[in-house]
Design a protein around this ligand. Structure first.
Ligand code: GDP
Ligand code: GDP
Length: 433
């Protein structure tokens, strides 16, 4: 799994600007779901051969009460604990503040390795601007400008120095499924039902217990790998101090999967935490199957109410197949694997250039793109720019004039013809030349 960098700092030091810099490369392929406004707080990036995940704790900032700083938000503290590296951002223009010192104190207590980042240093002499921050006792500060992009690669290199280069795996040839959901929705129960037996988990291995667990199984001669994020909580039952839900491990599991099964609890309202996890899935562009669990013991009226409630609230996930199951009684489970197969096939689909181009040309003949200014966009060919999620890149001229509605028309056409169900899909235009 990829190392996760967590960005910490008081408001306005430039965390979200730095976040955008560090995740910039992925912007083009993240899921693009209309009607969903969300702040981006988690994303993926890479320098050289080192991929990483980033989490910005800016969204979890505590309310500042009457000039006295409230303790850090619980989620921020947990993210710091679980981070592979913490980046503590300070403002080089404003200089060292009392608030910075309080955060530094908390960070020192965490025992984590901290990288001190002095932001907004464009046009300033590094030695001068960083000098006063040495007193925080967090080592050599790294001077950057998130806004101008100065020194960002060096920063990422420093942050990732302890992590090995990742040799790109051969794309696995079977579904790798992350089973995710908030605590108590029934993840462990579902996994046990799927595997047909109670599994024994190693409890007492420090450092490994919080990691997700990978389990291989076969069904009808097909191979699957389950990423069990519920493994986390067993530790929680032993040591109550550890939170049951780990945002970082869930994010990492989703990133590492090619199909995500999101479990919701029919007996509880959709919560912020459910929405948060759905946000991770969309951000990572993963194929998705939704399982509404605990469907047992409900009467027809309750079921109808829940169904209509869900279809309204989950409209932004309507690309996903939805199943009503009982993990406890095993009902509805059989249909889950075929949906996973479909989602996997779509996420990892091979889309040959000639066939993509034929579909493109036919779509353009049926509905030519509207003129933009003096000239009409010309589409010449399409090729596949990536998978998991599929990315289709269209080449031609004047493509910067193509309206969003037309892009969506092409996206729907490709989705229909190549049967790219259950997965986010991205169609981009190659601009220039
Ligand atoms: P956050 O609250 O920590 O997430 O901070 P933001 O990323 O929202 O940035 C706060 C303000 O600082 C915004 O007005 C940014 O444009 C500005 N800012 C961020 N990075 C830089 C930088 O490198 N140089 C300068 N001069 N301003 C920056
Ligand atoms: P996890 O935290 O997501 O792994 O959830 P668990 O699998 O540990 O389940 C939490 C609780 O919900 C347990 O008491 C389960 O017995 C119960 N549960 C799980 N699946 C079902 C189901 O399909 N129906 C009902 N009624 N209860 C369930």
């Amino acid at each position: 799994m990829k190392p996760t960098l967590v960005l910490v700092g008081r408001p306005n030091v430039g965390k979200s600007t730095l976040f955008n810099r560090l995740t910039r490369t992925r912007d083009a392929i993240v899921a693009d779901i209309p009607g969903l406004t969300r702040d981006r707080h988690y994303g993926a990036g890479r320098v050289g051969d080192k991929p990483y995940l980033v989490m910005d704790t800016g969204g979890f900032e505590p309310v500042i009460k009457e000039g006295i700083l409230h303790a850090m938000a619980k989620q921020t503290i947990q993210a710091i604990d679980e981070a592979d590296r913490v980046l503590f951002i300070v403002d080089g223009r404003q200089g060292l503040t009392a608030h910075d010192k309080i955060i530094a104190e908390q960070l020192r207590k965490s025992g984590q390795k901290i990288l001190l980042v002095v932001n907004k240093t464009e046009g300033m002499a590094t030695a001068v601007v960083t000098a006063e921050f040495f007193e925080l006792g967090l080592g050599d500060p790294c001077a950057v400008s998130a806004m101008h992009g100065d020194n960002i690669n060096e920063l990422a290199d420093l942050a990732l120095a302890d992590f090995p280069e990742v040799v790109e795996e051969f794309s696995s040839n079977h579904p790798k499924i992350a089973i995710v959901g908030r605590p108590n929705v029934g993840k462990s129960t579902l996994i046990n039902t799927l595997l047909g037996e109670e599994r024994v988990i190693a409890f007492d291995q420090p450092g490994t217990t919080r990691d997700s667990i990978y389990v291989d199984f076969t069904h009808k001669d097909k191979q699957y790998t389950l990423i069990d994020t519920a493994g986390l909580r067993r530790r929680g039952q032993v040591h109550e101090t550890i939170e049951k839900f780990s945002a970082i491990k869930t994010l990492q599991a989703i990133e590492d999967a090619n199909v995500v099964v999101l479990i919701l609890d029919a007996k509880n309202e959709i919560s912020d935490q459910d929405a948060h996890i759905a946000g991770f899935i969309l951000e990572m562009g993963r194929a998705l199957v939704i399982a509404v669990n605990k469907w047992d013991g409900l009467d027809e009226y309750q079921r109808a109410t829940i169904k209509s409630d869900l279809s309204r609230k989950l409209a932004f996930l309507s690309f996903a197949q939805l199943h009503y199951i009982s993990a406890l009684h095993g009902t509805g489970i059989k249909k889950l694997l075929p949906s996973i197969d479909i989602a996997y096939a779509a996420a990892m689909a091979d889309l040959p250039t000639p066939k993509l181009t034929r579909v493109l040309i036919a779509a353009v003949e049926k509905h030519p793109p509207p003129r933009g200014g003096m000239s009409r966009p010309k589409m010449r060919y399409a090729h596949q720019g990536g998978s998991n999620p599929p990315l289709i890149i269209i080449h031609g001229s004047m493509l910067n004039h193509v309206p969003e509605t037309y892009r969506r028309y092409l996206e729907n056409t490709f989705r229909e013809i190549f049967k790219l169900w259950s997965t986010p899909l991205r169609v981009d235009f190659k601009i220039g030349h």
